[in-house]
Write a protein that binds this ligand. Structure first.
Ligand SMILES: [Zn+2]
Length: 530
């Protein structure tokens, strides 16, 4: 019988394979790391990584292995990251590459590797550094029935992950001693060596989640009752809102306090938000709070929408389930603002590049603010020095289609000095706590009735509401004519009215709800809002 070549012999053991993940958007793709050590001049080749990253990973891994007390193999080391077609971010692959080298060189046992996935950037002395996207990767590892080992610096994300999905390690040495130990014992029952820990899950803790106190509360803002009412309605139904008013009338304060009105995130929402922040490598103070993002008006389109290589989530994704606040709206680049239309409509931001397409979720609430005229600070309401052309050019920086998508538009006028002193806390408006409770109740009613917030009501669902309300047709016809409503605006009026009715705990939409809703679409843009 002809002798088989070496590779085909049945006893030739396949080299141990290591599992890791690479993040593309919010998708954690499975990546395997293989290592082969052959005879030849000492040299390390990594295939499957972009050119520049190869040298960096190679040097870090080599130093980390030697400084952790192991030997770096002398022969020709070939490391393969599969699948080759996938774009990989390199740094997080340091740990799996180092382990593949050590296992191929039989310095650590290869048998227990199949129960784990690894993620971590190595320092030159074997210490593990924080990586982004560990939460998303952990969820994917768990569904593949493996435990993800990540740097201890990723503790925040590990605490939100399901129990048992992640293990934390502070160095390469801690991981290797754990792997050596688990080979001898049952994986599940093994105790953790020094430098390794299991994250304490905060998911099931019953401690009350306190809101941050540094954010302004709505009831601390004097006056502006109309704006507060509009914000409460926006919070109740998830509607987008624009505030127009001169500088110094508290628009920014109002917007910041708006986030306080929103209910705490549900488990699913909190996990979705955490995944986006994890992918961006950003920390979150309290993962139950609705996110609040306020990008500067100089923000570029990629900063708003997401982009880069590897792709990073932008502001629209970072405000998922929360608030995207755009102050000084007309100062944003019109091209960047126009890009917002799609995420507002679809609830997702799509980034397309030659080699990949990434989708980030972005169901945010847009809160925008602007001055009525370009000179803002110098002009008084009754004494504007800007020419009509200047004002028109300024206001036209916001496109009609974008404006049409902002459900509620409200004026925030300058307060007269007399009003400021008269109010002086003698007539306190509703406290934030009361409003929070009203908003939470209204949102609960919506979930029970239709399974979504009012802002997302479909045309069919609205038709049912409209039929049930049995309002005077003549009045509605007049309103459509007088306000020159598009079909989109007409539906928006009903959605806002539904939220007003929910706040009043009314089962059907009443005429007064419609008239109030109409008042939030009635800004006089033709006469330049002055
Ligand atoms: Zn002016």
């Amino acid at each position: 019988m002809k002798k088989l070549p070496e590779a085909c012999r049945p006893e030739a053991a396949s080299p141990p394979e290591l599992h890791t993940r690479s993040l593309l958007g919010l998708h954690a793709a499975s990546v395997t790391v293989e290592c082969h050590i052959g005879s030849g001049l000492p040299h390390t080749t990594i295939v499957g990584l972009p050119d520049g990253a190869v040298r960096e990973a190679r040097d870090r891994v080599r130093s980390a292995i030697i400084n952790s007390g192991f030997n770096y193999p002398d022969g020709a080391v070939v490391i393969n990251l599969a699948p080759g077609s996938l774009t990989k971010s390199s740094a997080a692959l340091d740990l799996p590459i180092a382990l593949a080298v050590l296992s191929a060189d039989r310095q650590i046992p290869g048998t227990s590797l199949k129960h784990f996935e690894f993620l971590g950037e190595l320092g030159l002395f074997g210490e593990l550094r924080k990586v982004s996207g560990s939460l998303t990767c952990a969820l994917a590892s768990q569904s593949a029935d493996r435990v993800l080992i990540v740097p201890a610096a990723n503790r925040d994300e590990a605490q939100i992950a399901p129990v048992g999905a992640m293990l934390l390690a502070d160095s390469l040495l801690a991981v290797t001693s754990y792997l050596t130990q688990t080979q001898k014992q049952q994986v599940t029952n093994s105790t953790l060596p020094a430098g390794m820990s299991a994250p304490a899950s905060i998911q099931n803790l019953v401690t009350p989640l306190t809101r941050q106190n540094q954010t302004p509360q709505l009831h601390q803002i004097v006056g502006q009752e109309a704006a507060k009412r509009a914000l409460t309605i926006a919070a109740a139904g998830g509607h987008h809102l624009l505030m127009v008013g001169p500088p110094g009338t508290g628009k920014t304060m109002l917007a910041r306090s708006f986030a306080n009105l929103l209910p705490l995130l549900t488990d699913t929402q909190a996990l979705e938000c955490a995944a986006v922040y994890s992918a961006a490598g950003l920390p979150r103070q309290n993962y139950r709070l609705a996110p609040f993002r306020d990008p500067h008006h100089s923000a570029s389109a990629p900063a708003l929408m997401g982009g880069g290589n590897p792709p990073q989530p932008g502001e629209v994704a970072l405000s998922h389930h929360g608030v995207l606040f755009l102050d000084e709206l007309p100062h944003f680049k019109p091209s960047a603002l126009d890009l917002l239309r799609e995420p507002i409509e679809t609830g997702s931001a799509v980034i397309t590049r030659a080699r990949y397409k990434v989708t980030y979720p972005c169901r945010f609430q847009l809160i925008a603010a602007m001055n009525p005229c370009p000179a803002g600070r110098i002009c008084r309401e009754d004494n504007c020095r800007c020419t009509p052309t200047q004002v028109q050019r300024y206001q036209s920086r916001i496109s009609g289609p974008l404006l049409d998508r902002i459900d509620i538009q409200v004026q925030v006028p300058a307060l007269e000095q007399e009003l400021l002193t008269r109010l002086d806390n003698k007539q306190p408006s509703d406290t934030t706590k009361t409003l929070q409770a009203c908003v939470a109740k209204a949102r609960h009613t919506q979930q029970m009735r239709q399974g979504c917030i009012n802002a997302l009501l479909s045309g069919e669902q609205l038709d049912t509401e409209i039929a049930r309300a049995q309002l005077d047709d003549k009045f509605l016809q007049q309103a459509i004519q007088r306000f020159d409503l598009s079909a989109r605006s007409y539906h928006k009026i009903w959605r806002i009215a539904r939220s007003i009715a929910d706040l009043a705990e009314s089962q059907d939409i009443r005429l007064s709800d419609i008239t109030e809703a109409l008042s939030y679409r009635g800004l006089d843009w033709e006469n330049n809002l002055r």
